[in-house]
Design a protein around this ligand. Structure first.
Ligand SMILES: Nc1nc2c(ncn2[C@@H]2O[C@H](COP(=O)(O)OP(=O)(O)OP(=O)(O)O)[C@@H](O)[C@H]2O)c(=O)[nH]1
Ligand SMILES: [Mg+2]
Length: 254
């Protein structure tokens, strides 16, 4: 049973985790502290971890009852884990962040507030990591991938790889799903007619566990997916705006 404060949450925080036993407990605590005073639920999606992530999450739940734990039977990747969390989320606004602790939960309420204060067609507020706490090789690969993506998609996104983002649940669920979709959220939101904005955020080094991607693997799948997003954009048609005629007054319908 969830505490009263999260029966009708105003915000759902979603974190995908795969073999992050060393990070999850501290991260749950940090998220709960960052959203103290909010009606907030926290969803961790355990993507069939083979370490003690499940046990660590169960321990965290005893301390933080607003934590919900969803578990995949099979490993299905970061994007699928995020989607599982967003589908289960009960708030209209979702904040997602990486489960390894590299994103700072203290930044999350600011992104959520920026989204809530924006117009209804603002679909997403993404984090922009000004100072990356990654290896030089990874920063280089990320810079190259970002430049190619921005040039090809013209999505004006300064940092799509940042795991910290706030978005409207309804907007996210309207996007076509594919593995690694999480790297193309701004472009896909724009395709659906939403606007996107960015806020500077803190980035921290990975303190435990291992990276789930290699530079080469990430670059290869990014290029493949980029071709897919180009195709999707070619097949998108824009009605401009949708207007609805007023309903006829009652009794005149027939
Ligand atoms: N790659 C990957 N990540 C997953 C998967 N399922 C969940 N995740 C989570 O997705 C988040 C991002 O993965 P990371 O390995 O941290 O990616 P990264 O931050 O680019 O790489 P590092 O800098 O080495 O941490 C983490 O919280 C993972 O635990 C999966 O199947 N594959
Ligand atoms: Mg990481």
């Amino acid at each position: 049973m969830l505490p009263d404060s999260v029966q009708e949450p105003e915000i759902s925080v979603v974190a995908p985790v795969f073999n992050e036993e060393g990070a999850v407990e501290a991260l749950v605590r940090e998220i709960a502290a960052a959203f103290a005073g909010w009606r907030c639920e926290i969803l961790f999606v355990n993507d069939a971890s083979r370490d003690a992530t499940g046990e660590r999450l169960a321990a965290a739940q005893r301390e933080t009852p607003a934590l919900r734990i969803l578990t995949h039977r099979r490993n299905a990747g970061q994007s699928r884990a995020i989607r599982t969390g967003v589908r289960a989320a009960r708030a209209p606004i979702v904040v997602m962040l990486d489960g390894d602790g590299q994103n700072d939960p203290a930044d999350a309420p600011r992104l959520a507030r920026a989204l809530m204060a924006g117009p209804p067609n603002l679909g997403l507020v993404g984090g922009e990591r000004r100072v990356r706490r990654d290896s030089p090789g990874k920063r280089w690969a990320s810079r190259l991938a970002n430049a190619v993506r921005r040039r090809v998609l013209n999505d004006h996104a300064v940092d799509t790889g940042c795991g910290l983002k706030a978005f409207r649940r309804e907007a996210f669920l309207a996007l076509p799903y594919f593995d690694h979709l999480h790297r193309y959220l701004p472009a896909l939101m724009i395709r659906e007619g939403y606007e996107v904005a960015f806020e500077p955020v803190n980035h921290r080094p990975r303190r435990s566990g291992r990276s789930k991607y290699t530079n080469l693997g990430r670059l290869g799948s990014s290029l493949f997916d980029l071709a897919g997003v180009v195709w999707l954009n070619h097949r998108a048609r824009d009605p401009g705006a949708v207007s609805e005629a007023p309903l006829p007054p009652l009794g005149e319908a027939d």
